[in-house]
Design a protein around this ligand. Structure first.
Ligand SMILES: Nc1ncnc2c1ncn2[C@@H]1O[C@H](COP(=O)(O)OP(=O)(O)OP(=O)(O)O)[C@@H](O)[C@H]1O
Length: 197
């Protein structure tokens, strides 16, 4: 059996007492698996990611995870506005990654010169692909992918999903998407969140 990269066990969480977003919620993800979280607006998808990242604390239960990277909904929020993409990726990785770029940049339709620009000089789509680049270079055990609801330009394309699926040997992916066809195409399992379950 391959190893777990995420284990959520008997999780309870509420913002307002007794108004459970999660009640005895369980989820396991192994290396090589892609599971999709699917649910209507307000069902708790973002909250689950925040719990996994440790930005929110559950009232009950346990979350165990491996090294985690996230591709955020909002590409502009995921980079600091005042310095270049290259410097920001370097700050996170703390290693020389230039040699890895030749192989990966074309797959993300990114050009090297874009990395030397500041976030506001890039389009939303370009910035999201930079966020994917940073996540891939981190070589995570667990990759969280939070797809935007409405910013059509930024919706992750099938090409990009193929690239992410290609990483599956080395990690497990938890995806939030509103595209049920995409979810069916790429997921081992679709987890439907419905009012506190
Ligand atoms: N900081 C907060 N304080 C109180 N309630 C919150 C807070 N954040 C979210 N909620 C509520 O918790 C529920 C789950 O919100 P969450 O953002 O996780 O949903 P979501 O499934 O990610 O929605 P969307 O698809 O619209 O992004 C919603 O009812 C929301 O109003």
């Amino acid at each position: 059996m391959s190893e777990n990269v995420l284990k959520v066990k008997d999780l309870d969480f509420f913002y307002k007492k007794n108004n459970f977003i999660f009640k005895d919620f369980n989820l396991e993800l192994k290396k090589g698996e892609l599971k999709t979280i699917f649910g209507k607006s307000g069902s708790g998808k973002t909250t689950l990611f925040e719990l996994i990242l440790g930005n929110l604390k559950a009232q009950k239960g346990e979350i165990v995870k491996g090294k985690t990277a996230i591709i955020f909904q909002d590409p502009f929020g995921s980079f600091h506005p005042t310095y270049t993409i290259f410097e920001q990726i370097k700050d996170v990785l703390k290693r020389d990654f230039k040699g890895e770029l030749d192989n990966i940049l074309p797959k993300l339709s990114l050009e090297m010169e874009l990395l030397y620009k500041k976030p506001y000089e890039l389009s939303g789509g370009q910035l999201q692909r930079c966020s994917i680049l940073r996540a891939i270079l981190l070589k995570p055990d667990l990759l969280l992918v939070d797809e935007p609801t409405s910013a059509l330009d930024n919706i992750i394309s099938y090409e990009t999903m193929k690239l992410l699926v290609g990483l599956l040997d080395s990690c497990g992916i938890l995806l939030v998407t509103h595209d049920i066809d995409m979810a069916k195409w790429c997921s081992n399992e679709i987890i439907r969140l419905e009012d506190g379950k």
